[in-house]
Design a protein around this ligand. Structure first.
Ligand SMILES: NC(=O)c1ccc[n+]([C@@H]2O[C@H](COP(=O)([O-])OP(=O)(O)OC[C@H]3O[C@@H](n4cnc5c(N)ncnc54)[C@H](OP(=O)(O)O)[C@@H]3O)[C@@H](O)[C@H]2O)c1
Length: 241
């Protein structure tokens, strides 16, 4: 990072696992003070072991407006918000897709990410940044992912408009391809390995992503004060296949 992050304060909503944890780690290495937030206390403890004394952890459910309001009221100002809150629901062929599953997908990802951003606005430094995490599914034309496309594209559609409305606060998103994180643990081990191998073979770069690949992109968007309203694709070229 050109400027380093010394003296900067960052919150990673969903920073206790996978991409968010890798982003928190890189931010700490660059000198930032970091708060990682998630629902599970055990994950927070494990994350803090890894991150060391420059990090703090807080238990927050980002699908609850009350939880978020209380959380932000406890922060005494911060510069950067990274929102890596996930959801795994909403996939399936459209004909058979139960619409309550798709609603559940919006409840687990779209609403928590948008609420996390909106409720931060009184506390975040207006010269800082918000970075959302979307997904390759927003633009990838694959059968079975129309629901995931809708959830992620809904966030991506808001990014450039928020970048104009909320300026000078910068607003961006990173759109990852397939990344080897605990997100995939909903699959039984054998199926998980087969799925990652499938995408590894598909990707022009010949591998799936590691959380650190995405963390570097997040930190780039935080650091480069000339970038706003951008959705940065970091997918090993998978979207091209
Ligand atoms: N992995 C991939 O292949 C991939 C691909 C494309 C896009 N993405 C996107 O990248 C982002 C990060 O994914 P990941 O792979 O790093 O997933 P992950 O390892 O499952 O991490 C998700 C994080 O979000 C937290 N979280 C989930 N729901 C929350 C809530 N309601 N409130 C607060 N925290 C919550 C989790 O902690 P708790 O469970 O303790 O709350 C965890 O820290 C997600 O938006 C995901 O959709 C991932």
């Amino acid at each position: 990072m050109a400027n380093g992050m010394v003296g900067q304060r960052a919150i990673v909503m969903g920073g206790t696992s996978g991409i968010g944890l890798a982003a928190a780690r890189l931010l700490v290495e660059e000198g930032a003070e970091v708060v990682v937030a998630g629902r599970d206390g055990a994950k927070i403890d494990a994350a803090l072991q890894l991150l060391g004394p420059k990090a703090r952890g807080e238990q927050v459910d980002a699908s609850s407006a009350d939880d978020l309001k209380a959380f932000y009221s406890r922060q005494s100002g911060f510069d950067h918000l990274v929102i890596t809150v996930s959801g795994a629901k909403g996939a399936g062929n459209f004909r058979e897709l139960p619409l309550n599953e798709l609603r559940g997908g919006f409840e687990a990802k779209f609403w928590p990410q948008i609420m996390s951003a909106q409720l931060s606005l009184d506390t975040i430094n207006s010269n800082g940044s918000i970075t959302f995490l979307t997904a390759i599914s927003a633009r990838n034309v694959s059968p079975g992912i129309s629901g995931l496309a809708a959830i992620n594209a809904a966030i991506e559609a808001m990014v450039p408009i928020l970048a104009v409305e909320l300026a000078p606060l910068r607003v961006n998103a990173v759109s990852p391809g397939v990344v080897d994180t605990p997100w995939w643990n909903w699959l039984p081990e054998e199926q998980r390995a087969a799925a990652l191998k499938f995408y590894e073979d598909q990707a022009p770069v010949g591998r799936v992503g590691q959380p650190e690949d995405i963390a570097k992109a997040i930190c780039y968007l935080i650091d480069n004060t000339f970038v706003t309203g951008t959705v940065l694709e970091v997918d090993g070229g998978l979207r091209l296949k």
